[in-house]
Design a protein around this ligand. Structure first.
Ligand SMILES: [Zn+2]
Length: 256
């Protein structure tokens, strides 16, 4: 099957690199066909072949060719977006690091899904080309979970499937426990809860028009945004096998 990739150039996002020997790097890439690992020969020693560098979050066109043994070889990576804003802004750097690390963590080598690739690519474009905002990360978390089939229904009780939002309800709270599967009706709820407004924002972030919803969420009160973050990260946490390094970095950023 390997011959299929011979010399093929395809859109890719660079998720991570790690050293291989003294001169090479192993690059972990996400493409529409899934996650790939490839050797970037001499990338540590010389910047000639990879003129734009190989930084996490870079979007570009990767050319993969058969390499030695089982690993593919990354023969070129041509950036398709300007990555320089990431080096100029710590917040943006942290956002990009988080998107890459979470993607790498949640997506196995066997996931072949153009939808997942589209979500990651669109998120990186949004936070690199525009002022980074937390709502974009919430949207990313929700859409990535949704694309991977990890997101439970947000408007129904995860135990009995009954509707939890009565009619046009937009205020108050509903039961919520990510450990039990998510949103809970009155009968099945425990002490955990989430603001209805936060929940409605989460539904809109999954289904709605990206720009419009991001604006609405950005203007929401601090408690609504906190509720949204607790809700989305509550779901994310269920799928993590280890703490994310990028979250430790986030915690060190000055509060703005
Ligand atoms: Zn129920």
């Amino acid at each position: 099957m390997k011959a299929k990739f011979q010399g093929r150039a395809e859109p890719a996002v660079l998720l991570r690199t790690r050293p291989l020997g003294e001169a090479d790097l192993i690059a972990v890439l996400l493409t529409a066909d899934g996650k790939r690992e490839a050797v970037a020969a001499s990338a540590r020693r010389s910047r000639k072949r990879f003129v734009g560098g190989l930084a996490p979050g870079m979007r570009g066109v990767a050319t993969l060719t058969p390499g030695k043994g089982t690993l593919m070889r990354l023969s070129s990576f041509e950036p398709t977006g300007d990555h320089t804003p990431v080096g100029r802004d710590l917040t943006r750097f942290a956002y990009v690091a988080y998107v890459c690390e979470l993607t790498d963590e949640l997506i196995g080598m066997d996931v072949h899904d153009p939808l997942v690739f589209g979500v990651v690519q669109a998120t990186l474009a949004a936070i690199i080309e525009h002022p980074p905002q937390p709502a974009a990360l919430r949207q990313f978390e929700l859409r990535l979970l949704h694309a991977l089939g990890f997101l439970p229904p947000l408007a129904a009780c995860c135990v009995c499937r009954s509707r939890v939002l009565a009619g046009q309800q937009t205020t108050g709270v509903v039961g919520f426990d990510p450990l039990r599967g998510g949103v809970l009706c009155r009968e099945h709820r425990g002490p955990g809860e989430v603001l209805v407004t936060s929940l409605l924002h989460a539904v809109a972030l999954v289904e709605g028009d990206a720009a419009e919803v991001l604006e609405q969420v950005g203007e929401a009160s601090a408690s609504v945004r906190r509720g949204l973050r607790d809700l989305t990260f509550g779901f994310v946490r269920q799928h993590l096998r280890r703490p994310l390094k990028s979250l430790a970095f986030f915690a060190q950023l000055p509060r703005g």
